[in-house]
Design a binder for this molecule. Structure first.
Ligand code: NAP
Length: 485
């Protein structure tokens, strides 16, 4: 079976083509899709930046960078890819710089043109308008916007308005790479292609849901941006809320067109405003500690300035609708945590009556644990009889599905999948304007409400501040221990 149907020949124009995102994620993804024959050989990649590089200089730069980011790539594969790369030196803010880009793209045009904006959002509007002015935007063109899409509702609207003056909504791809992860798509399949789960996917059977996105890295070189954003804007407003939407949404009529995005929007609109901020929201900031046995500096040392920016947030959300009434969604994300691990845990209610003698305390309620990283897997925690004579003793066991073991191949990177969806014009796994704005509408009052708070310190290499444990323990629950094991 052909699992990678060939796509139309495309001109990828990457604004920020010399940046970290392009070198680490976008170019490796394009190389792999070309190598596998999904992208035709006529594909071109035109990188744009202010660096005074000609095509040869850019190719050398990419040749030097790729081996680190594409494990096992051969020099022949890199040379083959590099031959498709071009570089245009252009300062977005200089109107006179733009004409060479127009000349390049017109001299040999492919049917699809993708403008990938891997630059700061302050440049999005200018880039779109300049592209329009020099006649490069066609009905088959698409624009990809990287996060962050603004820092509040007003700035997100401003960006959306500006980009929307040039591109139709169907041409705009707001990327959230979490949605391109194999395991996140598998969440849709687990829910909607297996008839056993959906009847249970309801407040009558589900006790609560946990979503954790834990990173072991600190802010590194992104300190300047991060200090003005914090965990709430950088992770919660987009990645965690998108995951919550996929868990909580009603079954879409199809996984295509607008159905999925329509259902996600309804979830965002049903989020209960968080009023009890003291009880339902914990902020933290890492201090110096040990991560993987190595000394890690504090956040303040990394950004080299006193700061009240949160590097950790945990909160208790509720979705106010028929399906989820009374079911808490515990969300947490942080940097410099014990290990890199992202999981969604659907915790089912306990059985109504412990009928096996001596099973109290050992009969854990069922849990469905969907691990997004580092190893993508789905695990269903059940209770089974311990083998042997002498009565029935019960014990927790798990049914494990590790994707790379089950299917014999590692999952492709999220950017590979998402970039191909951009070429196809399939917006299902991208955020629509109204989703972004609904997410900001819910998060913004929380950010304002906790604005004056000093985040609680937590040592690097731990699970966040103790108050985050209290947040969930107060409800008689605890964070899933698999999450940080
Ligand atoms: P970066 O390493 O700082 O790269 C920025 C790129 O933009 C460089 O190629 C830079 O090249 C170019 N650039 C900046 N100003 C320009 C201008 N006026 N005209 C033309 N080119 C200009 O940043 P990054 O990490 O790649 O991130 C890019 C964007 O993606 C940011 O908004 C970031 O928040 C977002 N993002 C990044 C990641 C990631 O993993 N890195 C993940 C998600 C989202 P010159 O300076 O040479 O012009």
């Amino acid at each position: 079976m052909n699992v990678t149907a060939p796509l139309e020949a495309t001109d990828f124009v990457i604004f920020g083509g010399t940046g970290d995102l392009a070198l680490r994620k976008l170019l490796p993804a394009l190389l792999l899709r070309l190598r596998d024959g999904q992208l035709p050989t006529r594909t071109r990649v035109v990188a744009v930046s202010r660096a005074g590089l000609d095509d040869a200089g850019y190719r050398d730069k990419v040749r030097g960078a790729l081996p680190e980011f594409v494990p096992g790539v051969t020099s022949g594969e890199i040379d083959d890819f590099a031959a498709r790369l071009e570089h245009v030196c252009l300062d977005v803010d200089e109107p006179d710089d733009w004409h060479p880009l127009g000349d390049r793209l017109r001299e040999r045009a492919n049917p699809v043109r993708v403008f990938y904006l891997a630059v700061g959002p302050a440049l999005f509007g200018t880039i779109c308008h300049r592209l329009d002015e020099i006649g490069l935007v066609q009905p088959s063109s698409r624009v990809v916007l990287e996060k962050p899409l603004g820092h509040d509702l007003a700035s997100a609207r401003e960006i959306n308005d500006s980009v929307g003056e040039v591109f139709a909504e169907s041409q705009i791809f707001r990327i959230d790479h979490y949605l391109g992860k194999e395991s996140v798509q598998n969440l849709l399949v687990t829910r909607f292609a297996n008839s056993v789960f959906e009847p249970l996917w309801h407040a009558t059977a589900i006790d609560h849901v946990q979503i954790t996105v834990a990173e072991s890295v600190g802010v590194g070189s992104r300190g300047g941006y991060y200090d003005s954003a914090g965990a709430m804007r950088d992770m919660l407003q987009n990645h965690l809320l998108q995951l919550l939407c996929l868990v909580a949404m009603e079954p879409p009529t199809q996984v295509a067109g607008e159905s999925v995005r329509d259902e996600k929007l309804k979830v965002l609109q049903a989020l209960t405003p968080l009023e009890d901020l003291d009880g339902a929201c914990v902020l933290g900031q890492y201090t110096a500690g040990l991560v993987d046995g190595a000394a890690a500096p504090s956040y303040v040392e990394e950004v080299e300035a006193p700061s009240r920016t949160e590097t950790f947030v945990a909160l208790r959300a509720e979705v106010r609708n028929w399906r989820w009434a009374g079911v808490p969604f515990y969300l947490r994300t942080g940097k410099r945590m014990r290990e890199r691990c992202s999981e969604i845990v659907v915790a089912f209610k306990p059985t109504p009556h412990p009928m096996f003698p001596g099973s109290e305390g050992t009969q854990e309620p069922n849990r469905l644990v969907m691990r997004l990283q580092p190893d993508e897997s789905v695990r269903l925690h059940l209770v089974a009889k311990e083998p042997g004579p002498g009565g029935i003793r019960v014990r927790p066991v798990s049914l494990d599905l590790n994707f790379s073991q089950a299917f014999g191949a590692p999952s492709p990177d999220a950017y590979e999948r998402l970039l191909m969806d951009v070429v196809r014009g399939n917006t299902t796994l991208f955020m629509r304007r109204d989703e972004i704005e609904a997410a900001w509408r819910w998060v913004e009052p929380i950010i304002r409400g906790v604005g004056a708070r000093r985040p609680r310190p937590y040592a690097a290499g731990t699970d966040g501040p103790a108050a985050a444990d209290l947040l969930i323990e107060r409800d008689g629950r605890s964070w899933n221990e698999d999450v940080t094991r």
